[in-house]
Design a protein around this ligand. Sequence first.
Ligand code: MN
Ligand code: MN
Length: 298
Amino acid sequence: MDVGGLDNLREAGRIARRVRERALNIVREGLSIVELCNTLEGLIMDEGAKPAFPCNICIDEVAAHYTPSIEETSIIPPRSLIKIDIGVSLDGYIADTAITISLNPLLETLVEAVNTALLEAIKVVKPGVLASTIGGVIQKTLVSKGFKPIKNLTGHEISRYNLHAGLSIPNVQTSQTDRLQLGRVYAIEPFATTSDGAGQVVSSPIMTIFRLDIERVKNRKLSDEEKKLVEMLYERFDGLPYTTRWIKEFEKFREIHMKMVKTGRIYSYPVLVEERGRPVAQAEHTIIVTEKGCEILT
Ligand code: MN
Ligand code: MN
């Protein structure tokens, strides 16, 4: 990565950290979920950056990929476990970070466990370390505290304009032989549930986050209407994940958008929930691998 790229990446990281810290201060029972997302995404844009993906607010057993729609009226429930996942893109250089806030005193140890697992994982990062070794550290840390890692959610490499590039970083030890490399950027994100959980997530039929993968539409015949939608999505979201909440004129695209999602021309992310309905906590940082270890960007 060139120096300008690294500067952008570090600035994206600082913005993501500030927004995450702000989230920690404003989340409370009864707060409107859509308002919370709009506020956090607004803070990112106030800093001259773009959200790299819609702000994810996942409550209790919902583990990932939920963002509210524009008409959503739900609020932060009492005694809930709230995961806030934030992405910042500065000229395509992406920082990805998440925290969990517990309004239930009984789940505070679960939150502490994912936070500790993340810090322990970061300690072993250096050029050439196996992704599986990181997964092993996360697993060991969580299990030693009486919790279960979510084995089918992973961290990931990040490249420019690409949130999930190549390598994944598991939350358990695996037989995977990939190694982290010097100068590369990775998101590490332990997810855990209570010991009576399944330790894995399943897809729900709900989809609130979408992505236009230009490769999927490149060689397809598109109607004029479809072309218009594709151009708008590409122009506005740089091929990164988006929510229809961000599209003011969405009503006029609603049907064609739905059709393109159904036919797989637009990718959609199913909301992921813990298989046994147990609460899930998450912690996440974006790091860059250095000679001696790594630099935490977020
Ligand atoms: Mn994230
Ligand atoms: Mn991530």
